[in-house]
Design a protein around this ligand. Sequence first.
Ligand SMILES: [Ca+2]
Ligand SMILES: [Ca+2]
Length: 410
Amino acid sequence: MKPGTFFLIFFFIVSVFISCQAQEKDKNTNGQIGILPPVETQPANTNYIPAFEGQTRIGGLKTTTPYEVKIIAEGLSKPWSVASLPDGRLAITEKAGNMRIASTEGEVSGKITGFPEVDDRSQGGLLDVAPAPDFETSRMLYFTFAEKKPHGSLTAVGKGKLSADETRIENFQIIYRAIPYFDNSMHFGSRIVFDKNGNIFVSTGERSDLATRPKAQLLDNGYGKVIHITPEGKPVDGNPFADVEGALPEIYSYGHRNPQGLAIHPVTGDLWLSEMGPRGGDELNLIKRGRNYGWPVISYGIEYDGNPVGDGITQKEGMEQPVYYWDPVLSPSGMTFYSSGIIPEWKNNLFIGGLSSKHIARLVISNQRVVGEERLLADENQRFRDITEGKDGALYAVTDEGRLYRISKK
Ligand SMILES: [Ca+2]
Ligand SMILES: [Ca+2]
């Protein structure tokens, strides 16, 4: 064989191998990989080094499918959560302590009441809502809220039945409390998702105070945790710390700061969580049973006053790395995976509402890593508090300013 022929064959084999690799990637990401410059162009707060390539400032990408953005309702009062009901309508909580139901055309109901008193100062209030998996027959809805007592507040989970005339939540029952009570109005988390067995994951915050923050690392309390409970509020059998002396049996993961986003991947079933960092260090985490997510020992952020958090370290043995982090900021709140085929390039992408960043982050995820990032609705100048997938394959998002958006195929 002439050397020239040899090299031709060699290059042929290499190029077949490369194209197979590319096809493999296509399957996982619908062909979407960030090849544009990263969407973040602002200087970072820190010069911390990522633990692996692509952990922050991944390549950017841009949706090619034409889509339209519509404000379908305005004037909501600090909506905190939006969730799709089985009939396609949207359940929306308002922070002061009531719910509303909106149609996908944006007709909004009156106030739906029947909740206990909530601590709606600052970051508290009536927070997340999720319909029970059997909502169509049971009409049960699950909520998180900041429960108010004379001696303080905490993140609580409650449930109640939507009345036939849809004006009240009947027989509201508190099924879980992330103890102890603490008298401030910060870092309550919190989101609820149902797993495939009908049990509930709930994220809770560490209440922000320097006195409460270390509790995120301790297993004797409900601060800075992912909690795994039954629909009755009991620890799920087989939880990781059930046999650990002094540990709360409902804890599933720990070491979280203020997780306001929680979603299950529609194909892999993986549980993903977003949490607010301090200055810098907003995180996206893949939640695994019994793991420690590091706060406040490791962080890619700094204190608001510019000092390091703790020892100023980003990695430690026995503590999980975020899959992705933002510095300076996303301020991640509610999030959802997109599972519909209506906009095929969005299938299995993660959409996260950004508060102070004022956009929706679209992340393409492949093999448990972020491989592309896009900013959506960045011209709207809104704090995006929650986003959900509609039964119609559109995305619906609520903002602190009171808007309900519909983002759908043109
Ligand atoms: Ca939601
Ligand atoms: Ca962390």
